[in-house]
Ligand binder design. Structure first.
Ligand SMILES: *[C@@H]1O[C@H](CO)[C@@H](O)[C@H](O)[C@H]1NC(C)=O
Ligand SMILES: *[C@@H]1O[C@H](CO)[C@@H](O)[C@H](O)[C@H]1NC(C)=O
Ligand SMILES: *[C@@H]1O[C@H](CO)[C@@H](O)[C@H](O)[C@H]1NC(C)=O
Ligand SMILES: *[C@@H]1O[C@H](CO)[C@@H](O)[C@H](O)[C@H]1NC(C)=O
Ligand SMILES: *[C@@H]1O[C@H](CO)[C@@H](O)[C@H](O)[C@H]1NC(C)=O
Ligand SMILES: *[C@@H]1O[C@H](CO)[C@@H](O)[C@H](O)[C@H]1NC(C)=O
Ligand SMILES: *[C@@H]1O[C@H](CO)[C@@H](O)[C@H](O)[C@H]1NC(C)=O
Ligand SMILES: *[C@@H]1O[C@H](CO)[C@@H](O)[C@H](O)[C@H]1NC(C)=O
Ligand SMILES: *[C@@H]1O[C@H](CO)[C@@H](O)[C@H](O)[C@H]1NC(C)=O
Ligand SMILES: *[C@@H]1O[C@H](CO)[C@@H](O)[C@H](O)[C@H]1NC(C)=O
Ligand SMILES: *[C@@H]1O[C@H](CO)[C@@H](O)[C@H](O)[C@H]1NC(C)=O
Length: 859
């Protein structure tokens, strides 16, 4: 579609160029472009900045827009060849940044037929003046930061054939498309639209592509989908559509692509009268709530190349031979079918001719070759996901899988050594061996340059980190956490300095110093829970991409690493439980969101302006991230940073660290003097723990400015005077602890104070007031339980997601914009269940296979 417009626009541009050329010689120069339009365009240009650096080698199109030139010759402009009016404006990929105002001059360039603002940094809302572009046939606003709802005046764009609003922050319901009866392409993917399926599309016989994916749509899909009788692509993944899958969809003869995964569709799968021959090549129905058998009619979908039925609750036996009728199948995701049948991997690979991605995770899979003849031809796959398949021995049949690129064999019961031949498979890039009982790598040296992602966490790997890892010159992620590894971190790992981004060696028995190599690409280093000693290597300052540094629970003996403030991306710093000592010198950690330096020997006082330059905790907007990924880790979701944090008085594991989560833990040191008044600037702080120190004087009233605070612990200090009344206004503050101080006076009366345990106030010099009377009324019936009840066990726990942590970690995201009264823990639990409960059946393998499949499709 895009290519079509572009090629058409070449002609007028060339023509106007010719005119310009002749004009050079035939003075006086004559401009073809209308001055009103030229002036409007120049004004429009000046409304925005060009964000530098722009995309590689691309000049922003507006660069050629100069005052005394013919606007018909400018980049991105096409004029009508008769009237010389500007009819096309294509500013895609021009790095333009700024708010599109309601009074923008853009709206003065009327009579446009094509408007393309895609792939820029435009923000702001769309004015209802958009409806004045009544000649528009193509409107592309995709991949920007536009927000607000779509004005209903777009209804007036009745000539539209192409409408792309994808990849913005639009909200609200979709406008009516009733009058756009020539619409051919409609994408609103990746926004925050809500409401029902756009029923105004009913009878749009011209529509061939409809993409509603990754929004918040709900309700049912229309039962008469067949009225869209030229539909080819239908995508609505990651919404909350419920009800059943309309079988009328499959009667549309042109239908080639259906992706409805990650919704709440239920009922049994029915394909009805499948149009014959079926053109359908992609059918993704994974991660819904479908139950019952796989319909036999699936074998009529003879052109299927990609089939995803993951999470289909078959509740009985499955005949896996039906898939052998689908001769063109390349991607097959049958994970988590809750079937009583054991899947014979051999049989599937023997009968398939084209599968290269196979996901059988969460089913019982047998990998032994039962048929005696052996040496059958087996299909070569590149992606194999066998997570949680009850496998007890490393599958020998993989030995000959010379095309294997991605292997996930995590969450099985495999013992002993990884077979040495695995590392010799020529194209292997991604291996997940986690959660087995491996003890060795089966190899000590081998050059394996292709490996990019090696996860061996939660096994029983013993001995030293094998040096062959140093030869994996493409390694991006190495996770060997929770094993039994000892010895030094090999210095040869410096070989990986230009690729390694995520290194997790937590929870082993490693000794010696942290290596002093410079890892130029490292984004996350976690060596917590080992026996490392010495000082933090000063070479860390040369890890300019470092975002996470976690050295928790080692024996590192050093002073406060104020020099780390030179790391311009550092977001998480954990020094907890080491031998750090001395003063915490003032530094400006402008990107730091989580700092935990608890249980060390820091001493001295903190100046009152100590926190003034900690800007990420004051305002999170500096972290706005185009990727929209919510968690710390790689953008593919293969690797997530995790950590343990004391929050609300209990240790909690953040299995995934939200990018908007903030915490400050200075507890268990020997800090003294006043709590710095500048603490009040950390307006985004969620968790503050200053307990077990020797702070004195009054709690600063500026703490009343910490409006995001959920957990406050200042217990076990020498704080005196009263608790500032300002704290009574902190409406998210669900947990606080003031015990073991010298506090006196009236306890603030806010609701939050009345929900604490009596012990949060005990051992002080003279606190009083109605709040304390209430919570300490009857010491035998403690008020407002803090600790949540044990959650009901999930049927599967692939996510290994401590739900408590999840509630904490995810809480804040949902707290924003929610009603203020809703700060009870149970409330959060509900939010968590709403947001993540429905994904609980999703295994990480499924995500991975999806990504792999998508990237393949993109190629
Ligand atoms: C649009 O309105 C803003 C104020 O809201 C003003 O500053 C700006 O100059 C106006 N721009 C144009 C092009 O009129
Ligand atoms: C736009 O088109 C209308 C008719 O469709 C015409 O009257 C008008 O002159 C054109 N130009 C501008 C600048 O509005
Ligand atoms: C758009 O049209 C409406 C009336 O249809 C008019 O009031 C408004 O001024 C127009 N906007 C622009 C920017 O011309
Ligand atoms: C849309 O069209 C209707 C008539 O069809 C007109 O009354 C209205 O002003 C138009 N709105 C805009 C914003 O152009
Ligand atoms: C679908 O969800 C809505 C709430 O979003 C609910 O009112 C409706 O009853 C549900 N329909 C079905 C068929 O489950
Ligand atoms: C799986 O299927 C069995 C019947 O085979 C059923 O009893 C069970 O509830 C199903 N599990 C889930 C999680 O639905
Ligand atoms: C781990 O391996 C060691 C020997 O290498 C063995 O002594 C220990 O029992 C194993 N632990 C587990 C949990 O299998
Ligand atoms: C880095 O460490 C190695 C071995 O641990 C040591 O030989 C070398 O001197 C150190 N280099 C620097 C600059 O500290
Ligand atoms: C830390 O190192 C210093 C020497 O640099 C030493 O005096 C001190 O005892 C060490 N502290 C601990 C707790 O090991
Ligand atoms: C802090 O502790 C160090 C020992 O680590 C000591 O030399 C110093 O005097 C202490 N400073 C203060 C202010 O207590
Ligand atoms: C706290 O907020 C008030 C007003 O909102 C402001 O006057 C005061 O300076 C703030 N204090 C700190 C330490 O940020």
């Amino acid at each position: 579609m895009k290519g079509f417009w572009n090629s058409r626009s070449i002609i007028p541009i060339t023509l106007s160029f010719l005119f310009l050329f002749t004009a050079e010689f035939a003075a006086p120069a004559r401009h073809l472009c209308h001055p009103v339009q030229r002036d409007a365009l120049l004004k429009f240009k000046n409304e925005f900045k060009v964000k530098k650096p722009c995309f590689d080698g691309i000049l922003p199109k507006t660069e050629s827009w100069a005052v005394n030139t013919d606007c018909c010759s400018w980049d991105g402009i096409t004029c009508d060849t008769k009237s010389w009016e500007v009819i096309e404006l294509d500013l895609s990929r021009s790095c333009l940044q700024g708010r599109l105002r309601f009074n923008s001059s853009l709206y003065k360039v009327k009579n446009l037929t094509n408007l393309d603002l895609s792939y820029n940094y435009f923000s702001g809302r769309i004015s209802s003046s958009i409806g004045n572009f009544s000649h528009l046939t193509s409107l592309d606003l995709s991949k920007n930061y536009f927000s607000g709802s779509i004005p209903s005046s777009v209804r007036n764009l009745s000539h539209l054939t192409y409408l792309d609003l994808s990849g913005n922050d639009f909200i609200g319901e979709l406008p009516s498309f009733g009058s756009m009866n020539q619409l051919n392409f409609l994408s609103v993917e990746s926004n925050k639209f809500s409401g029902n399926f756009p029923h105004s599309l009913h009878n749009h016989g011209t529509l061939s592509e409809l993409d509603l994916s990754h929004n918040q749509f709900s309700g049912t899909l229309p039962s008469n989908m067949s009225s869209l009788h030229n539909l080819e692509y239908f995508q609505a993944w990651d919404n909350s559509f419920n009800g059943t899958l309309p079988s009328s969809l499959f009667t549309i003869p042109s239908l080639t692509y259906v992706d409805l995964r990650d919704n709440q569709l239920k009922g049994t799968l029915e394909f009805g009268n499948i149009s014959s021959p079926s053109q359908l090549t992609v059918l993704d129905l994974g991660n819904n709530y479908f139950t019952g058998p796989i319909p036999k009619s699936i074998s009529k979908l003879v052109n299927l190349q990609d089939l995803d039925l993951s999470g289909l609750n078959t509740q009985g036996p499955v005949d896996f031979s039906i898939f052998s009728n689908l001769k063109l199948l390349q991607l097959l995701n049958l994970s988590h079918l809750n079937t009583t049948t054991t899947i014979d991997l051999n049989a599937i690979l023997r009968s398939s001719q084209s599968i290269f991605l196979l996901d059988l995770s969460g089913n019982h899979v047998s990998t032994t070759n039962k048929s005696s003849g052996a040496n059958h031809h087996l299909q070569m796959v590149s992606d194999l996901y066998l997570s949680g398949c009850g496998i007890t021995e490393f599958p020998e049949l993989l030995r000959t899988q010379h095309k294997l690129t991605n292997l996930d064999i995590s969450n099985n019961k495999i013992k002993g050594h990884v077979p040495g031949w695995l590392w010799r498979l020529p194209t292997l890039k991604f291996v997940d061996l986690s959660y087995n009982m491996f003890i060795g790598f089966g190899l000590s040296s081998l050059s394996k340059p292709s490996m990019q992602y090696l996860v061996g966490s939660n096994n029983n790997f013993t001995g030293e980190i094998p040096s062959f890892i140093c030869d994996m010159r493409s390694l991006i992620t190495l996770d060997l956490s929770s094993n039994n590894l000892n010895g030094y971190i090999p210095h040869c790992m410096g070989n990986l300095k230009s690729t390694l981004s995520f290194l997790n060696l937590r929870q082993n028995r490693l000794t010696g110093d942290l290596p002093n190599n410079t890892f130029a690409s490292l984004r996350s280093l976690d060596v917590g829970h080992n026996q490392l000693a010495g000082k933090l290597p000063r070479s860390l300052t040369r890890f300019s991409t470092l975002e996470v540094l976690n050295v928790k629970s080692n024996r590192i003996n050093d002073t406060f690493p104020v020099w780390l403030s030179s790391l311009k991306h550092l977001q998480v710093l954990v020094l907890r439980s080491n031998e750090f000592h001395g003063q915490i010198h003032q530094a400006s950690f402008s990107t730091l969101r989580i700092i935990d330096i608890s249980d060390n020997h820091f001493n001295g006082t903190l100046p009152s302006n100590y926190f003034v330059n900690w800007s990420a905790m004051s305002s999170l907007k500096t972290n706005k991230d185009r990727s929209k990924e919510k968690y710390m880790g790689d953008i593919f979701g293969y690797y997530h940073d995790s950590m343990v944090l004391t929050n609300k008085g209990i240790e909690m594991e953040l299995v995934r660290i939200l990018k908007i989560y903030t915490a400050l833990d200075f507890s268990g040191n020997k800090l003294e003097g006043k709590i710095p008044r500048s603490i009040g600037t950390l307006k985004e702080l969620h968790v503050l723990n200053l307990s077990h120190n020797a702070f004195t004087h009054r709690i600063p009233s500026s703490m009343g400015n910490l409006t995001a605070l959920e957990s406050l612990d200042v217990s076990q200090n020498k704080l005196s005077r009263d608790i500032p009344q300002e704290l009574g206004n902190l409406s998210y503050l669900a947990y606080m602890n003031f015990s073991h101080n010298r506090l006196t006076g009236l306890v603030p009366g806010g609701t939050q104070f009345r929900r604490q345990q009596c012990s949060s106030f005990e051992e002080n010099s003279g606190l009083f007031g109605p709040a304390i009377d209430e919570v300490c009324r009857d010491i035998h019936t403690p008020p407002a339980k803090q600790q949540p009840e044990t959650p009901k066990p999930e049927e599967e726990n692939e996510e290994v997601l401590s739900w408590v942590a999840a509630a904490i970690g995810f809480g804040p995201g949902f707290v924003f914009g929610s009603t203020i009264g809703c700060i009870l823990f149970s409330c959060k639990q509900e939010w968590f269940m709403k947001a993540f409960g429905r994904n609980k059946r999703r295994s990480s393998a499924m995500l991975k296979s999806r990504q792999a499949a998508k990237s393949r499709r993109g190629q």
